[in-house]
Design a protein around this ligand. Sequence first.
Ligand code: IPE
Ligand code: IPE
Ligand code: MG
Length: 245
Amino acid sequence: MLDASAKQRFGALPAHIAIIMDGNGRWAQSRGLPRIAGHREGAEAVRRAVEGCREMGVSYLTLFAFSSENWKRPASEVDDLMGLLRLYLRREINELARNGVRLKIIGDRSRLSNDITDLINQGEERTRHNSGLTLTIAISYGAQAEIVQAVRRIAAAHKRGEIELEEIDERLFSGYLYTSELPDPDLLIRTSGEQRLSNFMLWQAAYAELLFMDVFWPDFDKNCLQWAIDQFGARERRYGATTSA
Ligand code: IPE
Ligand code: IPE
Ligand code: MG
């Protein structure tokens, strides 16, 4: 079970955990259920992950919920996923607000329906002064598109004479990403056994510890989170330098 002393028992606690929540469809398929059933269970796993991170004292949790490429799925599945998102935003905001969670949504909002962007704005506004866990959900998110929009805005600012070429460095660039207020992820988990990033946080994950877990997202629970944090604690991060030992 999780407890606060885990911080001492294991190595360093990751300040920022990012998760590619994959395997909902296969979870459902393996039970002879429609894919939407897997997505529904996936939403329960989100609750567990949020609660687990709060209990463990993780400061930032970022969840990949829907990619720019997921728009290519059949319209019925996209509708189901948007419906679930709507439901999640309506139902969970009170609970998140009560628990001191700060909610943030990243991604291309222009492709979302107006009622969903309204719910997102309300949720972010209601929780913006909270100082507990920062929960970031990536929706209609693609890292390449995120980088391109940053380049465009920096180029436009340069053209207006607001930025000199010499000022453009990693730090300035990071400030133009959707994640400008977040530290880079320390631990990046992907469930379902797939070992790829699928266009998630390509810039931000430069030095993240990667962990691929053989569990479908709907089965992800606090023990999985604990295990992932233990694995992270056992890793040695070098950032290109030599070992400290
Ligand atoms: C992750 O599960 C949820 C989304 C990508 C929206 P999938 O729907 O990708 O499930 P699999 O990978 O087909 O099992
Ligand atoms: C990545 O999963 C996106 C999310 C988990 C939201 P996908 O299931 O879309 O990725 P691929 O298609 O297997 O690369
Ligand atoms: Mg998948």
